[in-house]
Ligand binder design. Structure first.
Ligand code: HEM
Length: 197
């Protein structure tokens, strides 16, 4: 939601899709999500740039592991930096720009198969809430966008929404407010910054 407020044309595009597929101000249901590709691209792009668990859950290595030229000794604690993987220019074009359209031309699933995008982790400890999250996040975001027009308070400019990451958390911050993006289901919601029109 914060990213669509920073780039209102993205919000308009999502609203146009919702209006065409669902009908303006009509409620969205889980079954509708598969017919809303642009909304899903927004969720994917949010999880690429702002994964709520940017280091996943720490792993301990139970035997020496050779990884390229490195030996990771038994007993080491390993953090997987998903936050940086999502911003690595080797994999992503213009990684610091929020651009849902990038997923129009790349087919990546988030179920731990494509390592470029693993906001839910991977392997035996992959997030068990993934199927729920991938239904509910688009339904919530889509419902809010389809029901109301959203804009920042008059004295806040889109560029003032600072989306810089703080260690271990992602939040939107300026001198006057703090809020957590919609993707951060597992984090508390901060001070409200949005107004409905
Ligand atoms: C956008 C929403 C969510 C994201 C991005 C997310 C992300 C993650 C990540 C990255 C992990 C660690 C996986 C790993 O280290 O490989 C995790 C673990 C977990 N998540 Fe989620 N999660 C989300 C929503 C949920 C929901 C809705 C639930 C429950 C209903 C949930 C329950 C859990 C549990 C129980 C674990 C621990 C699994 C284990 O350690 O075996 N998550 N999640």
């Amino acid at each position: 939601m914060a990213e669509t407020l920073r780039q209102p044309e993205i919000m308009k595009k999502a609203q146009a899709e919702l209006s065409e597929v669902i009908g303006k101000r009509k409620p969205i249901e889980e079954v509708d999500v598969s017919r809303l590709p642009y909304l899903q691209f927004i969720v994917k792009e949010t999880l690429r740039m702002h994964p709520p668990a940017p280091f996943l859950i720490p792993r301990r290595v139970d035997q020496d592991v050779k990884l390229f030229d490195y030996i990771i000794p038994k007993g080491s604690l390993v953090l997987v930096n998903v936050g940086e993987i999502g911003r690595d220019s080797t994999f992503w074009e213009e990684p610091l720009i929020f651009k849902p359209e990038r997923f129009q031309s790349i087919e990546l699933d988030m179920r731990g198969k494509d390592f470029d995008l693993i906001p839910f982790g991977v392997g035996r400890r992959i997030c068990p809430g993934l199927p729920l999250a991938l239904r509910m996040v688009p339904v919530m975001l889509g419902s809010m966008l389809n029901s109301f027009n959203w804009k920042l308070e008059a004295d806040i400019q889109p560029k003032d929404l600072n989306m810089d990451e703080k260690f271990g958390f992602n939040h939107t911050q300026s001198s006057s407010f703090t809020c957590y993006p919609i993707s951060s289901l597992i984090l508390p919601i901060g001070q409200q910054i949005l107004i409905r029109t």
